[in-house]
Design a protein around this ligand. Structure first.
Ligand SMILES: Cc1ncc(COP(=O)(O)O)c(C=O)c1O
Length: 477
């Protein structure tokens, strides 16, 4: 589909921005600066590109919010959504009702998920999927007569969503606003497997050993197998800074869970549906067989909201046991929404037919290699990531890894300098995060890396002028 500049004349950008400022409360809105800065209204999308209401075009290296997997503006999936909305826009999946797309998708997910993960709970997104996993495990343990087994362990810097429980499971210090409350009695956090920030002088294997020891110590401190219900982990930590744990770490954490009868919940909200080159990354990449996989985002490539918690036969045997008069009181009006399930089925079909994971495997490695070249810049501390999840970490001193002051908002400054050059990256304090559509090409990678380099250099010049950065080591222009 061709876009023309004319198609944007219908939008009154200033009015939109004012309406938005007056009436829309944004997720993670920063109250200090929002009244002045407002929001950027995005009006169109095609493939990896988005256009604002003034017709400016950007390469969206963020893929929406880790969710735009097959690319924007595809007519084939839009048609499936329209057809389903016309045929049956809604039917409940409560108690004993279902729809063809809901039943078909559940069976398809069971066939794609590893091992005995054969049972699907539908939700509205990733947060509610984690919330449902949490409640499912309560139900499971209570039915097993293990009412005391309720402690949950997750990790510092993890992100699991923003319901009360999902946010409490998450461990990102930046999200832990003192103006919110969090569940603290039953939810605990252990160290983040970020080797870049490991204690000075530690080898990688010593670092992993120390994390494993900390995990086991925490389990024992909480009362061991009788008291600890679950461990939540993203295979690669996303919003916490694209942390790819050292080799063997995920598997060894899983082995500890096996030892203490702790359910392993793999939060694949980001990592599934191709972002790491597989339907699900847990087993294929990390040799971890979870008890529950939670997913969302790429399951519909963001065309429409949907989340899932896919759980094992072992859990089902207990939870589904008849004869107790039990009712599984967990679910939402839109659980198993037929339009969302139809979109997911089409999305999966597109990924299969167009062999998108092959592209992820080839272009993903190239993306990482090319981004790595930015490490010659004096404020790039580390480029890290895997396949279509990548991140650049900025530091004030490469040697000490000291950060710029928070108020400089270095990630945002660089992202702001990239915007007018037609590139959107996701700023996160001292990071720029990228999770592009799975259709990104090597030429796109070249554009992203060159533009990011230019934006970083421009920012370095600004910082020098402001006296915030005094190194002369401008290594390349
Ligand atoms: C790993 C992970 N889990 C859960 C969520 C929450 O998903 P949602 O925003 O769809 O509720 C996210 C969102 O970014 C995520 O990255």
């Amino acid at each position: 589909m061709e876009r023309t500049d004319d198609s944007f004349t219908q939008f009154k950008t200033d009015e939109l921005v004012e309406k938005d400022k007056a009436h829309l409360t944004h997720p993670w809105q920063i109250f200090d600066v929002f009244p002045e800065e407002g929001a950027l209204p995005i009006a169109r999308g095609q493939g990896c590109y988005i256009w604002d209401t003034d017709g400016n075009k950007y390469f969206d290296a963020v893929g929406g919010l880790w969710c735009n997997n097959i690319g924007l503006g595809r007519k084939d999936i839009a048609e499936v959504i329209a057809k389903q909305a016309y045929e049956l826009s809604y039917a409940s999946s409560f108690v004993d009702l279902t729809t063809p797309p809901a039943a078909e998708l559940a069976a398809k997910l069971a066939s794609l998920a590893p091992g005995d993960l054969n049972h699907v709970i539908y939700t509205c997104g990733g947060s509610t999927a984690n919330d449902s996993a949490y409640r499912l495990m309560h139900f499971y343990n209570n039915k097993r007569g293990k009412r005391e087994k309720k402690h949950v362990i997750s990790r510092i810097n993890s992100y699991h969503g923003s319901t009360y429980i999902a946010m409490s499971i998450g461990g990102k210090p930046g999200d832990r606003s003192p103006s919110f409350d969090y569940e603290a009695d039953l939810i605990h956090h252990v160290g983040c497997p970020d080797f870049y920030r490991a204690p000075e002088g530690m080898t990688e294997s010593e670092f992993v050993d120390s994390l494993l020891q900390e995990f086991e110590d925490k389990i024992i401190e909480l009362g061991g197998a009788d008291k600890v219900m679950a461990y939540f982990a993203e295979p690669v930590m996303g919003a916490g800074g694209v942390i790819v744990a050292p080799d063997g770490y995920n598997r060894r954490m899983w082995e500890v869970c096996q030892k203490y009868d702790i359910l392993y919940v793999s939060d694949e909200v980001v990592t599934a549906f191709g972002r790491l080159g597989h339907w699900f990354a847990s087993k294929e990449e990390f040799d971890v067989q979870p008890d529950i996989i939670v997913s969302a985002k790429g399951i519909t490539s963001g065309y429409i909201p949907l989340g899932v918690a896919i759980y094992s036969d072992r859990i089902a045997e207990v939870v589904h046991q008849p004869g107790h008069g039990d009712c599984f009181t967990n679910g939402y009006t839109y659980s198993g929404h037929p339009v969302a399930c139809a979109a997911a089925l089409k999305n999966i079909q597109i990924m299969e037919e167009e062999k998108l994971f092959e592209n992820v495997n080839v272009v993903g490695d190239y993306f990482h290699e090319q981004l790595k070249t930015l490490e010659d810049l004096p404020i790039v501390g580390q480029v890290r990531g895997y396949k279509f999840m990548q991140c650049v970490e900025f530091v004030k001193h490469k040697q000490t890894k000291a950060l710029f002051p928070d108020e400089l908002d270095i990630g945002k400054r660089i992202a702001n300098n990239a915007d007018p050059k037609g590139l959107i990256v996701r700023p996160l304090v001292n990071l720029n995060i990228m999770s592009p559509p799975l259709i990104m090409t090597k030429e796109d990678v070249d554009f992203v890396v060159a533009t990011l380099r230019e934006s970083i250099l421009e920012t370095i010049d600004e910082l020098r002028e402001e006296g915030e950065f005094d190194s002369d080591t401008r290594l390349s222009a």
